[in-house]
Design a protein around this ligand. Sequence first.
Ligand code: PLP
Length: 490
Amino acid sequence: MTPVLPGPSETLDPQDWDELRAQGHRMLDDMIDYVATVRERPVWRPIPDEVRARFRAELPRQPSDLGEIYQEFSEFIAPYATGNIHPGFMGWVHGGGTAVGMLAEMLAAGLNANLGGRDHIPIEVERQIVEWTRAMFGFPREASGVFVTGTSMANLMAVLVARTVALGEIVRQHGVGGEGALLTAYTSTAAHGCISKAMDLAGFGSDALRSMQVDSAHRVDVAAMRAQIARDREVGLTPFLVIGSAGTVDIGAIDDLKALSAMCREEKLWFHVDGAYGALGVLTPALAPRLAGLESADSIALDFHKWGQVPYDAGFLIVRDGERHREAFSAPAVYLRRETRGLAAGSLWPCDLGPDLSRGFRALKTWFTLKAYGTDRLGAMIERTCALARYMEARILAEPRLELLAPVQLNIVCFRYRAADADDADQMNGEIVIDLQESGISAPSTTTLDGQLAIRAAIINHRTDVADVDALVAAVLDFGARRSSDGRDS
Ligand SMILES: Cc1ncc(COP(=O)(O)O)c(C=O)c1O
């Protein structure tokens, strides 16, 4: 039978590479300008209805011109991004990214490498980052690590590793079952919500997580935790995991990691640290001593996309005993057979260390960032964000119309405008935050501390400077005065 030739080529490569190159250079130039001139634009701007409506379009069946698509991007996407590259962005915990990281992302997309496994240099780059991270935290040679989306995923994976250690590998076939129903984990009330979610997703239910009280600086009460563990054992439960925080999301508290670690050794519990942003504090001598105990954790979750300024996303899990890590996730499959030569060589693969098989090249932008700046400079930048937070604290303490709501421990400042009527304070400060965001001057977020709504400024972005702190304080005073009953008439 004569083979029927397929129709004409349907490759998605351009017909004219020069045209693509010219368009690509325009995009690159524009994006470098976009980052370089970020201060000239508002931090964030509300999305007009007509712009939002553009993204409710029908599925495109026909091709469009790349230049026109890019025009749409320039007019309707770029101006309405989150704003976290802007130095005035201080909401939640958002890194600012760098132009170096942006370029590395482009290179990674060009390689289009799949880092699930196989034998290619991108995997070695990821292994290099594992090795560097191991060195940063003083973990032993047998440690393993893997890039993930973010700390929410890394925390979930740590819970799964601890689960497999507690119940044995058989749990992966049988499920957590009756024995698993007895497992209990321990953290603090100040821990991030993704930890409770991780307990839920891992099949234990969030009720199996004991959230222990914290002191006035939001550090977990280790004695209370120990007592709870003893009580739980007495009633037949099986404590298996403690999760400490290296930088809580609300106010940047660092638990006594040394004490937690010692307790976990005695009690034979897995010690995981949520170091989403705070763990990279080890890069500065000013913070490293406060993170003592991190080096003896069983696992650490952290994000290079926060204080590390790597563009989103670049979460990471490092596990002290790589074998325990592998046991929780590796799942042989005939189509993923390992060889000693060829492209299928080089086992252990990253897919053996987490739930993902297809994975992007997050390691490249992290490798570029670590090499381009070096850890000393990154550490100095981290320390500067803390110095700016202390400066903001001093400004707030010196201003009678403002009230500091929590001690500044790291890079997060929680405060509020004093309302004439205390009952109105929550609503008023919530409105002030929205006013600030809509003004484009500054973008803090809110949290609630001891039942009081706080304006929360987390200085993560390496671009943030004194002028940005001053602008936030001035704008809070301005909007506060306008909203307070005294100022309303003026
Ligand atoms: C302390 C802490 N843990 C976990 C997370 C979740 O990290 P991610 O957003 O990367 O999933 C955050 C995010 O801000 C955090 O601050």
